[in-house]
Design a protein around this ligand. Structure first.
Ligand code: NAP
Length: 270
């Protein structure tokens, strides 16, 4: 079945993953509030997705908000979504992430944080590459974090190291920042930009699992990702990492050898 698209072809189409969560819903709301956007929430649970759509409609008055179901930890589910997608994709916000306290695996046997937080971003960009190119100028915003580091290219799934959800999370956010550089390089001069950012620290399922409580509101945390998604800066810059509306140098992205090894390792998952 082909994905439905509303008939206002002049609008920009923005996809937001994890839009039932604290920050993702606030990002989707901010984009839906901007003039001329159709917003598609990419979610895994129909009831939560419908509730988020209704809430955003009520807050913004934008009737061009809808959802599509996808499991972002599974390549087949992402590929199926991209294949049934009709029409444009001008903005892709990769935001969905998990932080399970115990090591879990997808049905395909991939550690769940790596599958969702890293491969989910990787597969979404690859699956929607042609849609983004056809819609160019287009942009990808990868929601990462300043809380990043400890990536082991030889143990991406915590098979050799003892699993710790904070360590796996920091690794995944480092990987998101590195893949931003890898994709920006590959999409240079195509009209598709790829940037990463830290949103802000908020209380959410994700942060509760990690044992920290954020001090910012979801609306504050949505500010930098939504700015990159809708304002000129997100089209002018590529391969950058932002915090609080400012480009910040990223030592992870600067290590081009490691960036390329990570890209190849991710590509090895199909
Ligand atoms: N919270 C913070 O303080 C903080 C700080 C820095 C960066 N970040 C980043 O901000 C982003 C959002 O975090 P958050 O705090 O808003 O988390 P959250 O409230 O826990 O939301 C996570 C979202 O991801 C979705 N999701 C998880 N696995 C999925 C899957 N397999 N398929 C589809 N959707 C899936 C969840 O869907 P369900 O509703 O179905 O569970 C939910 O919508 C993450 O990338 C995180 O790394 C957060």
């Amino acid at each position: 079945m082909k994905s439905k698209r509303t008939d206002q072809s002049s609008s920009a189409v923005a996809l937001v993953t994890g839009a039932t969560g604290a920050i993702g819903k606030a990002i989707a709301t901010r984009i839906a509030s901007a003039p001329g956007y159709e917003v598609v929430l990419l979610c895994r649970d129909a009831a939560r997705a419908q509730a988020a759509v209704a809430d955003i409609l009520q807050r913004t008055g934008n009737k061009r908000v809808r959802h599509e179901l996808v499991d972002l930890s599974r390549r087949d589910s992402i590929t199926a979504l991209a294949e049934r997608w009709e029409g444009s994709a001008h903005v892709l916000v990769n935001n969905a992430a998990v932080t399970p306290r115990r090591r879990e695996e997808t049905p395909e046997g991939i550690e769940l944080q790596f599958a969702t937080n890293v491969l989910g971003y990787f597969w979404m960009i690859r699956a929607f590459r042609d849609h983004l190119l056809e819609s160019a100028p287009a942009r990808v915003v990868n929601v990462a974090s300043y809380w990043a580091g400890g990536l082991d290219l030889d143990d991406l799934e915590f098979e050799r190291r003892r699993y710790d959800n904070d360590a796996a999370y920091r690794q995944s956010k480092q990987a998101d920042r590195m893949l931003t550089v890898a994709f920006a390089h590959r999409l240079a001069d195509t009209g598709v930009t790829v940037n990463a950012c830290h949103p802000g620290d908020v209380v959410s399922n994700l942060s509760r699992n990690l044992g920290f409580g954020g001090h910012e509101t979801p609306e504050q945390a949505a500010s930098t990702p939504a700015w990159l998604a809708t304002e000129a800066v997100g089209a002018q810059e590529t391969g950058k990492y932002f915090e609080r509306h400012r480009a910040v140098s990223c030592r992870f992205g600067a290590n081009r050898d490691a960036v390329e090894v990570l890209y190849r390792r991710c590509a090895g998952y199909g």
